[in-house]
Design a protein around this ligand. Structure first.
Ligand SMILES: [Zn+2]
Ligand SMILES: [Zn+2]
Length: 330
């Protein structure tokens, strides 16, 4: 019987364990994908650390999956064997709730999420609902495409929510910010990158990707910002970012989990400043962003890890020991 390998989270807060299991058969509407690369996202850390409610356990994490279709189940149209596809965080939606019916499927009342409520891409193979997969074409390296599937897509949704202002702050210069800095510079915006204090490597990295200024998160930027996006999971950055945006400016929280936001004076919010969060993605976000990424010439900086070293990749991400994105290679 053919088998697959997967790095499995058995219990919250414990290291992933390599499992060998029978190769699954795709059900109706599903595709079986042979994984070529899977990005490691900060959300995976929140899953592993038990910071998100009700994960499926045991679970195979990973929702930035690039691979090739091996087999298709009944009623799958539009994908054929050998085709390169991406599997994102949004694994399925109900299609009937008020959010699904109003083009806000990212807020679906009964969603499935890859690597959280259904098995993801820290594996040699993954099964996905074909309607939520995207054709990736043949252009570009597998590992360098993987971070686009969450850091890129949810980054893009955050970016759109930040509005069209020219001066954009990015707090936390990880995988998502390193992609967005390239998009924003390509669109002629001015990017201000905020990193952990003293992280000169991340600041240099941000400048190399087009940021006009890079500094510590408690520094004030040299000019007031039109908007800021917070990718770091640090609630204290909300009042910090509000201080840096001008009247009418918006602060967008791009992560799925954050430490508590400390109380702050109303004066920071006054003058029509706004705080918003971004949740998940819609398939429309993905279609838009995957079309823009090649035109913007986005190049993802990746550190590759063999699948068996997934725990090391997670701890390097947790400790901020890598620039850009970590990617697992089965
Ligand atoms: Zn729904
Ligand atoms: Zn993610």
């Amino acid at each position: 019987m053919p088998t697959m390998r997967a790095m499995v989270l058995e219990r919250l807060g414990t290291p992933l364990v390599m499992h060998e299991r029978p190769l699954p058969t795709p059900g109706p509407g599903e595709v079986l994908v042979e994984v070529a690369a899977c990005g490691v996202c900060r959300t995976d850390l929140h899953v592993v650390d038990g910071e998100l409610p009700h994960p499926k356990l045991p679970i195979v994490p990973g929702h930035e999956v690039v691979g090739r279709v091996v087999a298709t189940g009944d009623r799958v149209s539009g994908f054929s064997a050998g085709e390169r596809v991406g599997i994102p965080w949004l694994g399925a939606t109900c299609g009937v709730c008020s959010y699904c019916r109003s083009e806000r499927e990212n807020l679906c009342d009964a969603p499935e999420f890859t690597g959280y409520t259904r098995d993801g891409g820290y594996a040699t193979h993954a099964v996905a609902d074909a309607r939520y997969c995207f054709p990736l074409g043949e252009q570009g390296d597998d590992a360098e495409r993987a971070p686009l599937l969450c850091a890129g897509l949810i980054g893009w949704r955050s970016y759109r929510m930040a509005g069209a202002g020219r001066a954009l702050g990015l707090f936390g210069f990880g995988a998502a910010a390193h992609i967005l800095a390239q998009v924003a510079s390509w669109q002629g915006r001015r990017v201000f990158a905020f990193t952990r204090k003293g992280d000169t490597a991340a600041q240099d990295f941000a400048r190399s990707l087009g940021a006009v200024w890079a500094g510590a998160s408690d520094d004030l930027p040299p000019e007031p910002l039109d908007a800021a996006i917070i990718f770091a999971a640090v609630g204290a950055l909300v009042p910090t970012a509000l201080k840096a945006v001008k009247k009418g400016g918006r602060v967008v929280c791009g992560g799925i989990h954050m430490s508590d936001i400390p109380s702050f004076p109303y004066a920071l919010l006054w003058e029509e400043r706004q705080v918003a969060s971004v949740a998940n993605l819609t398939r429309q976000d993905a279609r838009e962003f995957l079309a823009i990424a090649p035109r913007a010439g986005i190049k993802c900086e990746v550190t590759r890890y063999p699948l068996a070293r997934a725990n090391e990749a997670l701890s390097d991400l947790r400790e901020g020991r890598l620039q850009g994105a970590a990617v697992l290679m089965p």
